[in-house]
Design a protein around this ligand. Structure first.
Ligand SMILES: C[S@@+](CC[C@H](N)C(=O)[O-])C[C@H]1O[C@@H](n2cnc3c(N)ncnc32)[C@H](O)[C@@H]1O
Length: 200
């Protein structure tokens, strides 16, 4: 897996790179998610979002390319007396087999060339009325030192989302400047794209 070696190295250090608290934007959107439906976290890393929602009664699954991150997620879940189903797979190879009412992603750095295929998979496995919600570094993050890749092909524009998801309503696709406070990995002023997308 192309991404596994890179991310395993990052997650091999002690501690939780992006902290243990959920991403604040995704947390603020919690009212859109229904507990009756499966909840999926893409590129979930060490589990801060997954565990937050699992503790609140959601049936949560987390996918990531890093087996080391997912082991840390499992330890964290045990400490919190909750459960998240984990799957170690590269999202380029992932074939969704279930339907989900909620899909989230925070700071999933997919290459531009791979996004269309991933977005089609998200669209195909979202239930009618279900939400895809996420926060991603924008191309303008190159001006900041608060985290994220320096390769423009891993950064997003509003159009990256506007041009896809034909079967969905885009409630929010916006670029905003925020102050990040997420562990050691994300800290300081940042430029992000926030999306709230709902399947018709
Ligand atoms: C910046 S970290 C964010 C982790 C987590 N979402 C968070 O916000 O704490 C990016 C995560 O995406 C995962 N990732 C990147 N590319 C991936 C791919 N192609 N398939 C699966 N996971 C991937 C990495 O392993 C890593 O855990």
């Amino acid at each position: 897996m192309e991404q596994q070696e890179f991310w395993n190295k990052k997650f091999s250090r002690d501690g939780y790179l992006y902290g243990k608290k959920p991403n604040t934007f995704i947390e603020s959107c919690a009212g859109n998610f229904k507990k009756a439906h499966r909840f999926l976290c893409l590129g979930e890393g060490e589990g801060r979002n997954a565990i937050y929602f699992a503790k609140r009664g959601f049936e949560v699954a987390a996918i990531d390319a890093s087996d080391i991150a997912l082991k840390k997620l499992e330890t964290f879940a045990k400490e919190e007396e909750t459960y998240v189903k984990t799957r170690c797979v590269d999202l380029n190879e992932w074939i969704p087999k279930k339907k989900y009412g909620s899909i989230i992603a925070s700071y999933l750095h997919m290459y531009k060339k791979d996004r269309e295929a991933l977005f089609e998979k998200i669209d195909s496995c979202l239930k009618e009325g279900g939400f895809f919600i996420g926060e991603f570094f924008s191309v303008n993050q190159l001006n900041y030192e608060s985290g994220g890749p320096k390769d423009i092909d891993l950064l997003y524009t509003v159009d990256d989302f506007e041009n896809f998801f034909p079967n969905c309503r885009k409630h929010k696709v916006e670029e905003v400047e925020i102050e990040l406070d997420e562990g050691k990995g994300h800290r300081g002023k940042a430029s992000v794209i926030r999306v709230i997308i709902q399947k018709n």
